[in-house]
Design a protein around this ligand. Structure first.
Ligand code: PEP
Ligand code: MN
Length: 341
């Protein structure tokens, strides 16, 4: 159930509706929209009686929500959510480019790559300090030292930084350094981590699980919003299929579905989808043409020496081309209307 308030409803009227919801033993979650507030009714074991709200001062309507996800759905909020990452807006009129190495390897490496990508269109820097690796013998990341390097990159280049938190134990530490916290594909259904992210004041980048349906992915995002953190960006990064010509299969139709079903911004990571450098630019072009709100791309100045994901990391000049072409495509298709639908 969603209680939609009049455009000029007062705070007292909103509070009165919240009180009615809470008296029933349900949870009320006000959702500020473009020009009016709606209040989501959560934790109701059965259908909610709309007559509880109809006729209350300031209430426009009470509408049942038909989807299993509520707070993330367009039914609960029709206008696009814009997520502010250290001053960079994801979900607004520009396509946002997030770039950097798979893993932070050293200060020199991170700064060299950051300076190159920031000159060619990236506005957010990425790099893992805690790495989820398939093999326990592979490079696991520099841990807190990597986070310190990310803070140094922000100080030197002015770019906000996104990095992964792999577990609840290290979440607080990552929160101290990052402008946006990534929850990786392997953790998309780590429900305690999602609940912890729901308590954070920092935006969350939620990657799609390796074999998750769009509905499961949206339900994972629902955990974060239900916890109170509305600043969530979804990231399509390819799903596991039978093909051998790429690491994963980029599911671009998911971008269209998310844009229809949810108000949250959706970005695309062509690097982890492809697993190989030669496919990254074509996939990125296609993603920009789909109207995704951003791209996350792995870039390395010496990919052959990278400690992780070198095969899919672009050379800096390849990233410069990707940046140019995807921005042109996006602007051609979407920027004039100032929207991406
Ligand atoms: C990453 O972005 O570094 C990463 C590990 O991605 P994913 O969780 O999508 O595999
Ligand atoms: Mn990687």
């Amino acid at each position: 159930m969603l209680v939609v308030m009049d455009k000029n409803a007062t705070d007292e009227q909103v509070q009165a509706v919240v009180a009615v919801i809470e008296r029933q033993g349900y949870t009320a979650r006000p959702i500020p929209g473009g020009d009016r507030v709606s209040i989501g009714v959560l934790n109701n074991p059965g259908p909610v009686d709309p007559t509880l709200f109809i006729g209350l001062p300031g209430v426009k309507e009470a509408v049942p929500i038909t989807k299993p996800y509520k707070l993330v759905s367009r039914e609960s909020k029709s206008d696009d959510t814009v997520v502010d990452v250290g001053g960079i807006k994801i979900g607004a009129s520009q396509i946002v480019l997030i770039a950097g190495p798979c893993a932070i390897e050293s200060e020199d490496q991170a700064l060299a790559i950051a300076e190159l990508v920031s000159k060619t269109g990236a506005t957010i820097f990425r790099g893992g300090a805690f790495k989820p690796r398939t093999s326990p013998y592979s490079f696991q990341g520099l841990g807190e030292k990597g986070l310190e390097i990310l803070a140094r990159v922000r100080q030197v280049t002015g770019m906000p930084v996104v990095t992964e938190a792999m577990d609840c134990e290290s979440f607080g530490l990552v929160e101290k350094y990052a402008d946006m916290i990534q929850i990786g594909a392997r953790n998309m259904q780590n429900f305690s981590l999602l609940k912890r992210a729901g308590q954070s004041h920092i935006p969350v980048l939620l990657k799609r699980g390796l074999s998750a349906t769009v509905e499961e992915w949206l339900m994972a995002a629902e955990y974060i919003l239900e916890g109170g953190n509305t600043q969530v960006v979804l990231c399509e990064r390819g799903v596991r299929t039978f093909v051998r010509h790429s690491r994963n299969t980029l599911d671009l139709s998911a971008v269209a579905v998310i844009k229809r079903e949810s108000h949250l911004p959706v970005i695309v990571d062509p690097s982890h989808a492809a697993g190989r450098r030669d496919q990254v630019l074509p996939l990125a072009r296609a993603a920009a043409a789909m109207g995704c709100h951003g791209l996350m791309v792995e870039v390395h100045h010496h990919p052959e020496e990278a400690l992780s994901d070198g095969a899919q990391s672009l050379y800096p000049d390849q990233f410069a081309r990707l940046s140019r072409e995807t921005s042109q495509l996006y602007n051609l298709l979407y920027a004039k209307e100032g929207q991406s639908s």
